[in-house]
Design a protein around this ligand. Structure first.
Ligand code: NAP
Ligand code: GDD
Length: 338
């Protein structure tokens, strides 16, 4: 029997990769997007699947939108990937973020309970929930210590998912995913800002790239692999939450250095603190500088995940190393540059 799945946030990075994966597995894929984002279906187009996904309008903060959609189709699985997902913006729009990223999870689960409690539900939880980390390496049992309105909203979604699983016997699980990147990453996130920015500089279309805290460290994996873990979580006999990560951490500065190496840009770092800059040795121009505008009111300094539970139960392990990830992103940047 062909399964029917709903992906909220299908226009985003993970939404596009997951839709592609489910189509390959012969699912009927309903992807929800907002009317306002009809112009931003570039990721589905890049993967050549924009005509294969059935698009339905859904504003996640609207309970009636959710109800209408869940009554229209008989879903086997719902993947809740839609969110205001940019941490920096959540400081400017905390109420909006708590509504879209947090309370919408409750709306979805309450509607599942009412319409069809057999639907399996995946919640996109985040390593941001660990915040100021209480353990050096974070796993499913590590305490949360969120440092942004975004992370607080995700903690709400996480515990709500757990509650509906335990109270109502709904197959509802959370994947606690650490940062994952790809050529389909939004341009506002730091890895894509760096790969696109440095390619623009190379092409002469940008003089200097401005960044915030280049000493923040993240556990960066490859998004295309991470959606496989997401799918596997809903295929288990027993509903369980999983950490998905690489187990390695690198600073933003290390990510920049890898990108420079790949692009063969000969440059050196000079200065300290707000005056730290990257100078192109060939023409002596400053190509990266620090702008405090990109600092956050509260920062998550370092994240490293332990995904051994996923290895054990899902037979999932991250494969792509940082170097390869940079290569994949840069090659795509160069191939698609207009
Ligand atoms: P993304 O590229 O920013 O995509 C977010 C999606 O949510 C977009 O399709 C967006 O639609 C949609 N959306 C935003 N506001 C909405 C609203 N009010 N109603 C309906 N849809 C809305 O994010 P991603 O990187 O694919 O991440 C997918 C999910 O995983 C998110 O929930 C994110 O918080 C979570 N997560 C991501 C990472 C990561 O490293 N990527 C790690 C952990 C967890 P528009 O196109 O209309 O804006
Ligand atoms: N975006 C951005 N822009 N970040 C910068 C910049 C800059 O100019 N300069 C330094 N950074 C630092 C941020 O301060 C942060 O510490 C780190 O780079 C990563 O920032 P983002 O790429 O914006 O990602 P994030 O870690 O805040 O959040 C992403 O990962 C989470 C999982 O841990 C998002 O995808 C979230 O939705 C996701 O939950």
């Amino acid at each position: 029997m062909k399964k029917t799945a709903l992906i909220t946030g299908v226009s985003g990075q993970d939404g596009a990769y997951l839709a592609n994966l489910l189509l390959k597995k012969n699912y009927k894929v309903i992807g929800s997007d907002r009317r306002s984002s009809r112009s931003s279906l570039w990721r589905l187009k890049r993967l050549g699947i924009e005509k294969k996904v059935i698009l339905e309008e859904l504003e996640l903060s609207e309970l009636y939108d959710i109800k209408r959609l869940l009554q229209k189709y008989k879903f086997d699985e719902i993947y809740n990937l839609g969110a205001q997902s940019f941490v920096k913006s959540s400081f400017n729009s905390p109420l909006y973020t708590s509504n879209v990223t947090g309370t919408s999870v409750l709306k979805l689960l309450e509607t599942i309970r009412e319409v069809d409690p057999k639907i399996k539900f995946y919640q996109a939880s985040s390593s941001e929930m660990y915040g100021k980390v209480s353990e050096k390496i974070q796993n499913e049992d590590t305490n949360f210590n969120p440092q942004s309105p975004y992370a607080i909203a995700k903690v709400f979604g996480h515990f709500t998912t757990q509650l509906y699983r335990e109270s109502y016997n709904i197959f509802a699980v959370s994947g606690i995913l650490f940062n994952h990147e790809s050529p389909l990453r939004g341009e506002e996130f730091v890895t894509r800002k760096i790969t696109l920015g440095l390619v623009k500089i190379l092409k002469g279309d940008l003089n200097c790239l401005e960044l915030g805290n280049i000493y923040a460290k993240r556990d960066w994996g490859y998004a295309k692999e991470y959606v496989e873990a997401i799918w596997k979580m809903l295929q288990q006999k027993k509903p369980r939450d999983f950490v998905i990560s690489t187990g390695k951490t690198y600073s933003v500065k290390q990510f920049i250095n890898e990108t420079l190496r790949f692009l063969k840009i000969d440059a050196k770092w000079v200065g300290k603190g707000l005056n730290e800059r990257l100078i192109n040795r060939e023409n002596r121009r400053t190509i990266i500088k620090i702008n405090p505008k990109f600092f956050r009111p509260a920062e998550v300094d370092i994240l490293i995940g332990d995904s051994s539970k996923a290895d054990k139960f899902l037979k999932w392990k991250s494969k792509t190393k940082l170097k390869e990830l940079v290569k994949i992103m840069i090659e795509s940047e160069l191939n698609n540059y207009i």
